[in-house]
Design a protein around this ligand. Structure first.
Ligand code: PEP
Length: 247
């Protein structure tokens, strides 16, 4: 099996005005010989300016969501084509904050993945169980079900990654134990193999949820962990670089 190239992606969520571009520039300037691919996913309003600020650097830019349709009467929404037009290379889809806050179900996430591929964006598809689901012993079935439902057949042979983000670990400072992370990442890898065969061997399985410089090395070196999706700790270049350096 060809090992996936690790990906460390920062999800800035609804944070950052123009002055935050300096943090992105500091990330680009601070990268030295990392084996990982690195991306920052700012708000849609910053994508074009961040792409310009990072042009020629090793840091890619991504969106945080997109609409499945190409264009139309969808007030406030942004299409995959618009993200690509603004300079994005990737897009986060199915984040738990969108699944919970906007009722996004697997079918819609899968349609957005198709849209991302149509626009030549690399999707990062998020999955993860709630605390209640973990406590009920349903974590593995919920997450592998989300993988099956959110990843369309169109992904076969395409570049993509899956981010395992336990909902209860996002922004809480809580993280699963390393054996819990490894168990879930192995289950996701097995599901990807069933769905796509060897074509998915190069898809990285990222871990997300309260990753910070102090826990990054242990998490990033766990079995089947192919990088991280980082929220809060990606907002400061020093912290994000600390995580990247732990790969
Ligand atoms: C996220 O929202 O994708 C995330 C991982 O957030 P945090 O790192 O802040 O827990």
């Amino acid at each position: 099996m060809t090992a996936p190239t690790p990906l460390i992606a920062g999800n800035w969520k609804m944070n950052g005005l123009a002055d935050a571009l300096g943090e992105a520039r500091r990330v680009a300037a601070g990268l030295s010989g990392t084996a990982a691919r690195v991306a920052i996913c700012p708000s849609a309003t910053l994508i074009q300016r961040m792409s310009a600020a990072l042009a020629g650097s090793a840091v890619m830019v991504g969106g945080q969501d997109c609409r499945a349709e190409i264009s139309g009467a969808y007030t406030g929404d942004v299409s995959a084509e618009m993200l690509a037009d603004a300079g994005a290379n990737l897009v986060i889809l199915g984040h738990s904050e969108r699944r919970a806050g906007y009722g996004e179900a697997d079918e819609l996430v899968a349609a957005k993945v198709v849209a991302a591929l149509r626009a030549d964006l690399e999707p990062i598809v998020c999955v993860g169980e709630t605390l209640a689901q973990r406590e009920a012993g349903e974590a593995l079935s919920v997450v592998t079900g989300q993988v099956r439902g959110s990843l369309p057949a169109a992904l076969a042979g395409k570049a993509f990654s899956v981010a395992y983000e336990p909902v209860w670990a996002i922004g809480t400072g809580l993280t699963p134990t390393t054996p819990q992370i490894e168990e879930m990442h192995r289950a996701i890898r097995a599901t990807l193999s069933e769905m796509f065969g060897a074509a998915a061997d190069t898809a990285a399985i990222l871990y997300g949820g309260s990753v910070k410089p102090s826990n990054a090395a242990e998490i990033l070196h766990a079995a089947e962990v192919g990088g991280a999706l980082v929220g809060g700790a990606s907002l400061k270049a020093e912290d994000f670089l600390g995580i990247i350096g732990a790969i």
